[in-house]
Each structure stands twice: as structure tokens, then as C-alpha cells.
Design a protein around this ligand. Sequence first.
Ligand code: ZN
Length: 736
Amino acid sequence: MKIILDSRTVVIVQMLSRLYLACSAYVFMEWLFFVTKPSILSYYTVAEKVSVIFLSPLLIFISLLPVVLLFFAIDKWLIKNDRLKLVAAVPVLIYASIIFLLAENFSNTLFGLYSGSFQGAGRYVYLVAFIALMLFLYRQSIKVKGSALPGTSPIMAAGCIIIGIVFAITGRSDNSAGPISTDLGSDSNLPNILILSSDGINRRNMSAYGYERDTTPFIKSLMEHSLVSDNHFSNSSYTGASVISLLTGKLPATTGVVYQPDGLRGVDAYEHLPGILQKVGYTNADISVRYYADALDMNMLESFQVANDHSRINNIFTELYSPLFSRYSEQSVFLKQSLDRISSRLLHIAGIKDFADVYEMVTAEKLGISLSIDDSRIQQLFDFMEENSEPYFVHLHLLGTHGPRFSPVDPLYSQGQQQTENHMRDFYDDAIRDYDNYVSEIYSFLEEKGTLENTLIIINSDHSRNPNVGLPIPLIMKFPDNQYSGVIEASTQRIDLAPTILDYLGITKPEWMEGRSLLVPDEDPGLIFAYAPLSIDYISGVGWTVMDPKPPFYTLNNVFVMNCQRIYQLKISQHTFTNRAISGYSNPCSKDELLSKSEIAKALLTHLIERDYEILSLAWLADLVPDLDDYFSISRGANIEKYFSKSTATVTGDILYLPAVEYQQGLYAAVLSKNDTGDFVIVDLQTPLNTDNIFRFDKATGSLLLNQSDVDGETRNLRLSLISTNPAVFRLAIAE
Ligand SMILES: [Zn+2]
């Protein structure tokens, strides 16, 4: 009896080892796939990249344990010997997936074909092949009693587990979004919130805003009882970044989500509007389009209970393991994207869910393919509102207005015409009419359900047509009881929506949110920032992507600054900084109110520094704009050393303490004090985290001396100076 038990233990250990190694092999193969193309891994440090290899298998293994233990129990109960039949299928499934994905990559690279290319019966050939592969591997696997792998596998697995645990202990980070404070009473009747957005709508093509064609008769009828923004702008020309800025109230440069493959990382994954609303009792739905506008795909965690075609099981799984994954957000982004690759393919070949060709869907390049593309979204919305209890929050993003080609459901202006070019006005206007019809349908639905009077309806778009950020887009907010109706003439931006919703609900805006509440009228909007990516390519089977995002700007290539009716555009790779008037701006500022080009450039540079972008490669800007010497030292180019900005800098009375300045892999603490003229000057520099004190602070000159031994035997005088105090921006440059 004793011997049987022992051999059973051996079998179990071998089985678990095999499973662990299968998880490791899967992660490693996916890691290679991601690391060799522009992907979320492009943003990881070397240490983070390595930690993905070793820590991710551990996370998968832990996640699979409940299933594996259940299979063990069934095996023990059904099969009264020491063969593990059911459990053996788990590593086999993983190995079969690895082989399948490799074959997919191979055939896609060589022939441009993958399982998703086959919509009809062809997909079932893949299914048969996959099942045959699984059966073959399974037979191999159970042929040898207990193990088909070399006897060393428990040692290898143990080694991998130990390294994984080391990364697990050292790589933990606290990613909680922090508490929220509200003045909601316990009996408060929270309103439903519907953001009804449609892609790429120019305000000027809507009759609600005065367009000569009556494209939006229904929305026009809401205007009088709504809070309307006359000059509303997007913070990104790219749908995904625009959606993330809407839902987080943070700018794309703050979260780093500018374009694919960007995703929310670290604490950003948990700081968003839907998360806050969920905490106060909302049920949230994201009805948009996978990958390009989908919040979950961009790693917005603990956000939407219902989201496009993400399965609820998947969501429950994510929620279940959220305490585990939230500690390791780098691994969780990678795992989410990689598991999605295999699951979408397997579901497709099994005929359960089509592999969506999002490119075709949104561009309507094959005419007719996206006909009534939005009907199913409206149906999803109605189903959601029927099935879920109030209050609910919905982010609806329609695509009929996306272009460059349109498939109007009910053509009026384009009737009988051929769509011979991209972005033809008649077709575009008809697509906007469809949107107006959808809004009207939703309104009627709410009316019939009797919930209209307790619903905040927001009409909005993600960017202007084509896609563009320099033209106003619609923002119409219809509050219950027609509250707050009126017109905001000052500029507003998409990141203002989340703070406005929170303000309306009586929830204090969290510190990390950047927009402002539009319920506070006439507040100076300040400058509006928007961003666009580097040139975009479409790769079959991969989708739209930018080529090779590299530091320091990664996917970011265009920074726009809007100052009233003027828009400035910095093109990073093209070395240009231009400005123009915003067409159709309704409430222009006077000349004296506008900032100068130099002031805009300074604000732009400070904006980037604050968000931890390294701006030294923008030194060419000083040739185009005067007065930027403070940013790019006096002798530009070679002598520039480093800029820092830390939002953690604190001012206590006349002392400003900057906790950590990073320079040449050393961390320094600077202490500044106000002098007689009221300027901050550095009075001390400490090196709390470095034992080698390579800097010597010279009180007399206020400069820092670098030790002779550090730079090729040369003595260099460096000067650390403060450029601005709020936020604290420092420049470390060679002193003259
Ligand atoms: Zn868009």
C-alpha cells in the first residue's frame, strides 16, 4: 500500500512539473513573438522583460491550479489506479496551442494566411487538425506511465518556480487606485449615465451646430435643454487613446497610451471612471470595437462588467485573480494579450466566435461589409439595459461614421451615388444622419422603459474626421430635469467628461484626474493638449501598428497645443513646429489674450518633462523658437546633460525639497531655498542612495563639481538649476 502511495506521489509531482514546464514553454514562445515586434514589451526595461519570462508561468500555473486539483480529484475517483488521464490533458492543450500558434505565425509570414482568414468551412479544417494534434500529443503523454518527459523535469520545474518566486517577491508593486470620497447618501438615487459616442464626427457637419444640411434633427431638438460645448476638442487623433483619455480623465502623454501597442500600465490600469462608478454601485458596459477602442484590450482593469465580446467567464476569471494580477501589472498586460491571441483563434476555428477583422469592419473598404455595423451595437445596448439593474454606466462607441468609406443605412444625400473616393461628404453626412437616428432610438427606448428622467445622456465623438484633432467635435450633455442647460463657449476637451460626471454625482475628483468639471462655468480652460502617433502601417493579421516604438517618445510623434482659436503642432520626427487657426472656432480670443509662440513652446516642453519624457532630442526647437535656452543649455547640443521633473517635489515654507533626482544611475536629493529675490536656489545636494559621492556641492558658486576620476580624468563643473517651481523642473548642464 505504501509503495502505491509513493508512486502516486511521484506521478503527481511529475504531472505538476510537466504542467509548469508547459506554462513556461508557452510564455517563452509568446515572449519571443512579442519581443521581436512592436508590442507592449517595447516599453519594458530589460529587468521587466526578463521577469515576464519567469513570473508569468507562475501566474498561469497558480491560476490553473483549481482546475488541475479538480481534475486530480476526478481522476482519483474515476480511475482507480495511478494513471492521471484528465489532468494529463491540461499540459497537452498548452503544447498543442504552442504548436498551433507557431504554425499560424509561420503561414502568416510566408503566405499571409492564418486561421482567421477562413470564414467559412475552411476554419473547420483547422479545428480537425487541432483536435488530431491534441489526440496525438495526449497519446504520447499517457503512453509512459506518469510521464512522457525526461526524468529531470521536476528539477527543471523546481528551478523555474524558484526563479519565478524570486521575481514575484521583488517585482511586487502596489497598484491600488486609492480611496474615493463621495457625499452620496445611502438612499441616493444614482442616475444612469450613457456616453453615446460616434467615431470621427465634425461638429460643423451637424445641423445641431448650424450645418445647412439637416443631418442631426433629433440631436438638434435636445440642444435647448442640454449643456452644450461650442468648442470641444479631442485629446488624440487615435480612437484608442481618445477613449482611454475619456475614461481616465488623463492625457495620453500621462498614461503613455498614444497608439497601438500601448496599454495602461502600473497604477494607470486601475485609475479610471468606470472603476470609481463600479465602487459606488454602477454596472458598466463598454460597447465599442475590440482592439482599437476596447478598454479591456488596453488593460483597463476592474472597469467594465460587460465589454464587447469579452466573455463574462473571462471577466469573472480576471476579477477572481485580480488581487494576484494587480500586483504584477507588467505580467498581466502581457498575459492578457497573449492569452487573447490563442483564445480568439481557438474560438474562431471551433465556430463559436468569428475572428473579427476589425480593419475591414471599421474602414468599410469592402463596400457593404459594415452595412448596419452599428445595429448590433444598439441591440447590445438595449439587451444590456434590459438585463441589468440600474444604475448603469455605458460607453457606446459607434463606427458608422468612421470612414474612409461609409455604408449609410438610409442614404439621402448620397442616394444613387457611387463612392469613388475616400471621405465623400454626401456619404459622411448620411452616416451622421444614421447616428442621429440611433440616438433617437435610444431616447425612445429610455422613454418607454420610464428611465429617461433618471439618465444623463452625453453626445460626443472621439476625434474629428479623417482622423484629426484640430477641428471641434460635438459635446452635448442632457442632464435629468434639464439641469445645467446652457452653452460653454470656452474650449473644453475630452478629459473633462470624467470630472464632470463625478462632479454631477457628488464624488470628489481624484488627484490623478487631469480634466476639469464643466459644471463650473467660465473657468479658464488653460491650454489643451492633444497627440497623434508616428506614421501608421497596417499589417495583415496584426492590424494597424506603428513601426518600432523607441524611446524617448515611443509611439508619440505629434503634440498639439490649442490656445483658444490657435493650434500649434510639434512634429517630432519631422522637426517642425507650426501653427494655424482652428477652423470654425466660435469664440475667438483677442490678440492680447493669446500666448506667444515662445510661451507655447515652453509650456509644451514643460508638459513633456512633467510626464517624464526626455526632451533633449528636441533641441532643434530652439532654432525655431527664441528664448528656449533655459531648456536646451546655452551651447546647445553637446553640453546638455539632463532635465528632471518630479511631481513629488514638496515645498515647505521657503524650502523646496526634491526627494530624488536621477543622474548617471545615481539618486540624489536636492534641497532648495528661496533667496532674497524670491527665487529658489539650491542650498544642498544629498546622495542618500549612493555611497559614492561623485558630486561635490559648491555653496559659493551654487554649482556641482564632478569628481575628476569620473569622466576620463577631466574635471567638469555641472550646474543644477531650477527652471520652474510648479511643477519643479530642473536642468543639469555643464557650467560655463
Ligand atoms: Zn476614431
